[in-house]
Design a protein around this ligand. Structure first.
Ligand code: FE2
Length: 257
């Protein structure tokens, strides 16, 4: 049987949350989606609160993944330990609360979701994401394995795709907020996309008020980041997975305005 998995790029601020709440369920119906993963680490711009995590969940996410801003709102700390569907990067060290890998029951089909963070130009103090993935794949069984690799460097994302090719069903990147046009199925059957893009305002710099970003690059004081209002986009990808093989047959990018 074929399953359709939807991965949605980083939800940014209140405008991104509202856009997700308005458009996720209609897209799930239209694309006949069985399981949805949403990256939520920017729901508060930097981090997210338990209430915002619930809003993403209630909007239609089965799993919510995070990244370098996991602890941007410290009230998420205890919530991470108590919430199986909320994942922080699995290659954080054991000193960090929460967990980064969870298996969900999809009507008898086991869907394992893994959240990893890259080290190139991002999270230097974490465990190696490649060997962490190896270790997690050796633990427990799953019919499908999905990986959200929250990383800056395209090389690190592409390389992890090759490292896990044929061993995971789909691997996509998050964090850069700019979608890449390299969706494909790798040679051994893993669905891949370097970056999903983001869910938030179109007229922005990665979801932030443009003049603030410009001011920063001019060497001035941009102030506390603000997420502008205005038309939004919801970007991500649909991975078609075959339960007979556990691998991917097609990848399609989505961009809902
Ligand atoms: Fe990030």
């Amino acid at each position: 049987m074929l399953y359709h998995i939807l991965a949605v790029g980083d939800v940014v601020g209140e405008p991104g949350l509202r856009h997700l709440e308005r458009h996720l369920r209609p897209l799930q119906t239209f694309k006949q989606i069985h399981f949805t993963v949403v990256n939520g680490e920017n729901a508060s711009s930097v981090g997210l609160t338990p209430d915002q995590a619930w809003r993403i969940r209630d909007a239609g996410a089965d799993a919510v993944t995070l990244g370098n801003h996991t602890f941007g709102k410290m009230q998420i700390k205890d919530f991470l330990d108590d919430t199986p569907w909320l994942l922080r990067p699995a290659n954080y060290t054991g000193r960090a609360p929460g967990h980064g890998c969870e298996t969900f029951d999809l009507g008898g089909v086991r869907v394992r979701v893994m959240n990893l963070i890259g080290r190139c130009g991002l999270a230097w103090g974490t465990e190696n994401p490649f060997t962490t993935a190896d270790r997690l794949l050796d633990q427990g069984e799953a019919d499908f394995t999905l990986v959200d690799f929250h990383a800056e460097a395209t090389s690190e994302k592409l390389a992890l795709g090759y490292h896990l090719d044929g061993r995971v069903s789909a691997l996509w990147g998050t964090h850069t907020h700019v979608p890449t046009a390299d969706e494909r199925v790798y040679p051994k059957g893993t669905g891949y996309l370097t970056d999903l893009g983001m869910t938030g305002p179109v007229e922005s710099v990665l979801g932030i008020e443009p003049w603030q970003s410009v001011e920063g690059f001019l060497g001035g004081l941009p102030g506390r980041y603000r997420v502008p209002d205005g038309p939004c986009k919801m970007q991500g990808a649909v991975f078609t997975l075959d339960s007979a093989t556990g691998l991917c047959t097609a990848v399609e990018r989505v961009d809902i305005r």
